[in-house]
Design a binder for this molecule. Structure first.
Ligand code: S3P
Length: 423
């Protein structure tokens, strides 16, 4: 498990932040005039958001790698002629429902097979309380929403979820009504940061988020930082592959950086250099020096701050000294796949020891060679996590659908090849 230290190569960059790209495109679509989103994510999920916003009347330039995006927004959406297909993107579907709740027309919302299995009642129930109607009373997509005049709302989130929180804040924004939310734990606050730019009051603390419709959307320019969740795969590649790696321009929203604390506990502190900010978010360069990994426990309270990094952290735990326990992963069951089950199954399949106990994941680390073909069920983060695990010495892991990384990390195959060459 000890790795040989190699000199640091050129710093890498990762694609634009997925969460911020979705939000920036949505706000720009409703800001009357021309907005510029610089360095956006251009992945399949980002394209899903652009596609549905175009169907609602916004003009959005093509999402192409390396190109900024121009959005011609209109103050209100127009009724879509076709169902709005959100592809694989839960963030697109849920935040969109929040915006549609304030528009007085019927829109049909759907998605791919994975998205049609994901829970929507957590969004539909509070939006119905605000005044939207759903047909059928919505547990899952596809569904039809009819929005209209909304009522102010107070809602207690059943789980710490930035998607639920953001859907309700965006409904408040588009519907010009106050929203008061109680959240069991804080989650990423990209929506709050963006809304404050436009004069909206968003106060957060002590488990409460309070929104007041005091602002107005204006066209804007926004720099999107690199996606910290994508950076986690690159950092883990350095840890497992035994080389130093630096990732520049990474967004460091405090609601997203829990994985940095976890890998520090595992014996591998990540240095943050060149701190700055982009688009109202803190940024920095992450520098990772690989060391011997030791097991850790992840508390349920930490999970919201590393929800998307659990697949790669579980793969790191498989190469750590000792037994790691990840507590309270119920939400992982309703991601792009049932990630909790799929992680345990695939770790076992490649020769590691892992099991699900209730809502916990238990991973026993070892340095035995791991090999096999991982079934991803089209889940981008499962695919990337296991390909990175394959970089560990003696491991030979392939995945059945490497292309699904395009959902969040276009160019992942090229980045992986670059990382492989550094071993
Ligand atoms: C996201 C929130 C998280 C995360 C998802 C993106 C967002 O989902 O897993 O990848 O952009 O708000 P939950 O809010 O369901 O935890």
């Amino acid at each position: 498990m000890r790795t040989t230290r190699q000199p640091i190569g050129d710093a890498l960059t990762v694609p634009g932040d997925k969460s911020i790209t979705h939000r920036a495109l949505m706000l720009a679509a409703l800001a009357p005039g021309t907005s510029q989103v610089r360095g956006p994510l251009t992945s399949l999920d980002a394209r899903s958001t652009a596609r549905v916003l175009r169907a609602l009347g916004a003009e959005i330039s093509a999402l192409r790698h390396g190109a900024d995006v121009t959005v011609e927004g209109r103050a209100r959406f127009s009724a879509p002629a076709r169902p709005l297909d959100c592809g694989n993107s839960g963030t697109t579907a849920r935040l969109l429902l929040g915006l549609l709740a304030a528009h007085p027309f019927e829109a049909r919302v759907t998605g791919d097979r994975s998205l049609r299995h994901r829970p929507m009642a957590r969004i539909a129930e509070p939006l119905a309380q605000m005044g939207a109607t759903f047909e059928p009373p919505a547990e899952r997509l596809p569904l039809a929403i009819t929005g209209g005049r909304l009522r102010p709302t107070q809602w207690t989130l059943p789980v710490a979820s930035a998607q639920i929180k953001s859907a309700l804040l965006l409904a408040g924004m588009a519907g010009d009504v106050a929203v008061m939310l109680n959240e069991p734990a804080p989650s990423r606050d990209h929506t709050e940061r963006l809304l404050r730019r436009f004069g909206y009051i968003v106060e957060a603390g002590e488990g409460v988020v309070h929104f007041a419709p005091t602002g107005r959307l204006e066209p804007f320019e926004l720099d999107v930082p690199g996606d910290v969740s994508s950076a986690a795969f690159v950092a883990a590649a350095g840890v497992l592959g035994g080389f130093e790696v630096a990732v520049e321009g990474v967004g460091l929203n405090p609601g997203r950086t829990g994985w940095l604390e976890v890998i520090a506990r595992m014996g591998c502190p990540v240095d943050v250099e060149s701190r700055g900010d982009a688009g109202g978010e803190p940024t920095g360069t992450l520098v990772v020096t690989p060391t011997l990994l030791r097991a850790t426990d992840i508390a349920a309270a930490e999970v919201p701050s590393l929800i998307d990094e659990l697949p790669i952290l579980a793969c790191l735990a498989a190469r750590a000294e000792g037994t790691s326990r990840f507590h309270g992963l119920a939400e992982l069951r309703v991601k792009e796949s049932d990630r909790l089950t799929l992680l345990a199954e695939n770790l076992t399949l490649v020769g590691a020891t892992a099991r699900v106990e209730g809502d916990d994941l238990v991973v026993e680390g070892s340095d035995v060679p791991l090999a096999g073909i991982v079934g991803t069920e089209g889940d981008h983060r499962i695919a990337m996590a296991f390909q990175v695990l394959g970089l560990a010495p003696g491991c030979a892991i392939t995945v059945d659908d490497p292309g699904c990384a395009d959902v969040s990390f276009p160019g992942f195959a090229a980045t992986l090849a670059d990382l492989e060459a550094r071993r």
